[in-house]
Design a protein around this ligand. Structure first.
Ligand SMILES: Cc1cc2nc3c(=O)[nH]c(=O)nc-3n(C[C@H](O)[C@H](O)[C@H](O)COP(=O)(O)O)c2cc1C
Length: 202
């Protein structure tokens, strides 16, 4: 099989992209409206971009030609939090993904507590063991796409005591973090075997 991506439909391109770039980490993005109404939604077009400065990127699609609530809010407040979805939050994450109207508070809907970030004007999910507090660093229009790439600079990282660090480092121990990855459609991946491969020495 061999596909000319320019000859495929939007749906087919989406299917190939999201089933081959896997597993994707999930940014559970929390924001609020300028008048303080919380919003929460998962985004798996999500990547680490740079350590210095500390940057992460989220690609946000549109809904019926309009920006999603997350994009609208973070444009207004210039802030968002990325809550790392772990095994304990998988059902709540899915509940928060409904295409709800802007007045719906997905924290309440999913039975979660919203706490106030220390460094940016955004809420975070108190139940999440790892949270990145981000200021809006850059918004990048993707030419020809209905998606917008949002780059956040992480100003503060919150880690619960349940997350161990590898001795002498700030590497969060994956076995205690228990992150969830997105596959395609409604399918997810949990952490399985974790082989260790020392890099070749020259
Ligand atoms: C696991 C998962 C990952 C998702 N990833 C994305 C994504 O990367 N980009 C996107 O635009 N929508 C994505 N969605 C859909 C949004 O979560 C959904 O449109 C949500 O209602 C947007 O909420 P908002 O309008 O409050 O921002 C994803 C949904 C799920 C369940």
């Amino acid at each position: 099989m061999n596909f000319d991506t320019t000859a495929l439909t939007n749906r087919e391109r989406y299917q190939l992209l999201t089933s081959l770039v896997v597993p994707r980490p999930i940014a559970w993005v929390s924001t609020h409206t300028p008048d303080g109404r919380p919003n929460l939604a998962p985004y798996s077009y999500f990547a680490a971009l740079s350590a210095t400065p500390f940057l992460v990127g989220v690609s946000i699609g549109s809904r019926r030609g309009e920006p999603k609530d997350t994009l609208r809010n973070l444009r207004d407040t210039r802030a968002f939090c990325v809550n790392v979805v772990t095994e304990a939050q998988i059902a709540a994450m899915n509940e928060s993904a409904g295409e709800y109207p802007p007045e719906v508070d997905e924290f309440a809907r999913a039975g979660l507590r919203a706490a106030r970030a220390e460094t940016v004007d955004a809420p975070y999910v108190e139940e999440c063991p790892a949270v990145l507090e981000c200021r809006l660093f850059q918004e990048v229009p993707l030419e020809g796409s209905t998606n917008t790439l949002v780059i956040g600079e992480v100003l503060r990282v919150r880690l619960a005591d349940s997350v161990a660090l590898a001795p002498g480092t700030l590497n969060a121990d994956t076995a205690t973090l228990r992150p969830v990855g997105r596959l395609w459609g409604d399918h997810y991946a949990l952490v399985g075997e974790m082989p260790t491969l020392p890099r070749p020495k020259l």
